[in-house]
Ligand binder design. Structure first.
Ligand code: UD1
Ligand code: PEP
Length: 435
């Protein structure tokens, strides 16, 4: 179990460049299975989850060449489907959430897809019904081995159809789209997730020869084609990382420039921070955050009632930033409610912030009221364990703002999604070491 030691209270300064998007990379990497031709992918983040998925592709027989930092070519012209039944796959496939998206392309191209119950953050129930209901609608037979938590789908051929998803699942939509592009006839997916990473996936598939319309909306129409070809794809910057750095700048009252953010793909994220009183200026495609020397003040609603920050499927606010917004709220002027609607156990990390002296009332598993200190009292350093990726980074931000030296254990949770975070933070003046 890795550990960070952090001496808080230092002002940070300078520029930070976001990595390629983790959750986009997981979709895009699975899509290389859809063609026997070469696919080149750039701006792949060097993080644990992505590296685990690349290793899984290699074990499946995909030929992989590293071309440079973050750039790889993939050629899935000799896929070893027997590996899907191996004990090794049952073990390794569990290592991350994103592995679930191997199923759609395998089913679409080879008529068979298997996956052990995938891993990822332990943040409450994370069902997969939407994925498999979609595959079944396309004509697949579904099998589930309860003892081994092993899911399987098989089909002689997939046939396009209309489907109304029971929820706008991100990985579920990606999975169904990747199966449907090679199905016979037309598939219509209503209540599809439509976040920028899914748009990126659809655009990549179109470049490979897929016929998809409605990209960016919650109604996708896919005309199946017989085969797909190679392409080149470059990942967007990671919007959750960008939000993390905005939160970091505010909490440490630092002057920071976040480079090349792809502003048009950030949706509600800048607005959510602005509602907390955080100033940011767009310079070209960089976000400049001035030092918040006088703190920041939470806006109430027009009628004077308390601000609620809640998640919702895109174009709503991503649930992955609520932990960070919560931490930022602990030093704001004013109060807010954080309402994490999607996940059931994602707010429990507030216990650690209470230990540090934050004023938070956990109302129920989904809602927390935060009363800001307005920097009149700093958080106190402590020892803590990172429960999930975003809580981990939130605790890291809290530690960087706190007085004294904090210790964070289980930092593999952070390394799962943030590339070389300690070095990048040291480059802007943070006092953080990996021990
Ligand atoms: C690898 C990856 O890409 N992970 C992301 C992906 O996970 P993932 O695709 O697993 O998440 P889903 O979109 O399926 O669902 C997330 C949660 O929200 C609930 N839900 C979802 C849609 C909806 O309309 N109503 C609803 O209640 C689901 O039941 C589930 O508990 O999307 C999540 C939601 O943005 C993000 O937190 C994860 O970081
Ligand atoms: C919940 C997340 O990731 P995963 O779905 O991979 O667990 C996340 O990125 O915040």
């Amino acid at each position: 179990m890795g550990t960070f030691r952090i001496e808080g209270g230092h002002k940070l300064a300078g520029e930070i460049t976001p990595q390629g998007a983790k959750n986009e990379a997981l979709q895009i990497l699975c899509a290389v299975l859809l063609t026997p031709e070469k696919v080149t992918i750039n701006n792949i983040p060097d993080i644990i989850d992505v590296n685990k998925l690349i290793a899984l592709l290699e074990d499946l027989g995909v030929k992989i060449q590293k071309k440079g930092k973050g750039s790889y070519t993939f050629k899935a012209d000799d896929v070893n489907l027997e590996y899907l039944q191996s004990a090794q796959f049952k073990q390794d496939g569990r290592g991350l959430r994103g592995s679930i998206m191997l199923v759609g392309p395998l089913l679409g191209r080879f008529g068979t897809g298997y996956i052990p119950k995938p891993g990822g953050d332990k943040i409450g129930r994370r069902r997969l019904d939407t994925h498999f209901e979609g595959f079944i609608k396309l004509g697949a037979k579904f099998r589930y081995n309860k003892e081994e938590y092993f899911y399987g789908v098989e089909a002689d051929k997939l046939v396009g159809t209309y489907m109304l998803l029971d929820e706008a699942s991100v990985t579920g939509t990606a999975n169904i789209v990747m199966a449907a592009v090679l199905a016979e006839g037309t598939t219509t997916i209503y209540n599809a997730a439509c976040e920028p990473y899914l748009q990126q996936l659809c655009k990549m598939l179109v470049r490979m020869g897929a016929k998809i319309s409605g990209i960016g909306s919650n109604l996708l129409t896919i005309e199946g084609v017989e085969r797909l070809g190679g392409t080149e794809h470059t990942m967007l910057p990671d919007m959750i990382e960008i939000g993390s750095w905005v939160g970091l700048a505010a909490m440490t009252r630092s002057e920071l420039t976040i480079k090349n953010v792809s502003w048009d793909n950030l949706g509600q994220i800048p607005n959510a921070f602005k509602k907390l009183g955080i100033q940011m200026h767009l310079k070209g495609d960089d976000i400049y955050i001035p030092p918040h020397t006088d703190g920041y003040e939470i806006q109430n609603y027009i009628d004077g009632s308390i601000l609620t920050i809640a998640d919702a499927p895109w174009p709503g606010l991503t649930p992955d930033l609520l932990s960070i917004l919560l931490v930022v709220g602990t030093q704001a002027r004013g109060e807010l409610i954080i309402h994490q609607k999607m996940f059931e156990s994602r707010l429990f990390f507030v216990d650690k912030l209470l230990d540090m002296g934050a004023k938070i009332i956990l109302c129920d598993p989904h809602r927390a009221t935060v009363i800001g200190h307005d920097f009149k009292s700093t958080l106190k350093a402590t020892t803590m364990t990172s429960p999930d990726i975003r809580a981990g980074v939130s605790l890291l931000i809290a530690a960087l703002s706190a007085k004294g030296t904090s210790t964070i254990h289980n930092i593999e949770q952070i390394d799962r999604g943030y590339e070389n975070i300690d070095e990048r933070l040291r480059n802007i003046g943070a006092n953080i070491v990996r021990v």
